[in-house]
Design a protein around this ligand. Structure first.
Ligand SMILES: [Zn+2]
Length: 161
């Protein structure tokens, strides 16, 4: 993609416009990008790529690195290989690039989201928070995140000796 923003301010403004077009909270996405040191240019390009690939499958979007920032992509729940973060970045769960902090944050995020997610996945059930959190354990992605956490804990050097 040819990036034509003349400077960083123009780029952040373009991102605000993209976020508005996608119905995404611009301030939240920009704050998250700055907190994670993701440059405006990268974020802007993510929005542009995701707009071009919006109708393709989850796998195709992974292949094109084309997830809209600021959106929770519900299809992620149905697979066990990738995590898509709040900026639309694709992470391979088993990769060392996906830090243990990030892994744990992703797991906690899903647990917190459990009632809303279960309302989408099982709209006819009326679940308490704990019931929803319990049902989350059956979600493929949740199983993969928990398994990876255990794998890392088990392979961590034993500091007790
Ligand atoms: Zn830009």
């Amino acid at each position: 993609m040819k990036h034509t923003c003349r400077d960083e301010t123009a780029c952040w403004n373009a991102i605000r416009f993209c976020a508005w077009q996608h119905g995404v909270d611009a301030a939240g996405v920009i704050r998250e990008a700055q907190r994670r040191n993701v440059p405006a240019r990268e974020l802007h390009e993510r929005f542009e790529r995701s707009a071009r690939h919006i109708l393709t499958t989850f796998r195709a979007r992974v292949a094109n690195d084309a997830f809209t920032p600021g959106i929770f992509h519900i299809e992620v729940l149905d697979q066990t290989t990738f995590w898509i973060d709040g900026l639309g970045r694709v992470w391979r769960i088993s990769s060392p690039d996906f830090s243990t902090d990030h892994l744990i944050n992703a797991t906690l995020f899903l647990r917190e989201m459990a009632p809303q997610l279960m309302e989408i996945l099982q709209p006819l059930q009326d679940l308490t928070y704990n019931q929803a959190a319990e049902q989350m354990r059956a979600i493929p992605l949740m199983g993969a995140l928990v398994a990876e956490t255990w794998r890392r804990v088990d392979s961590a050097p034993d500091r007790s000796r």
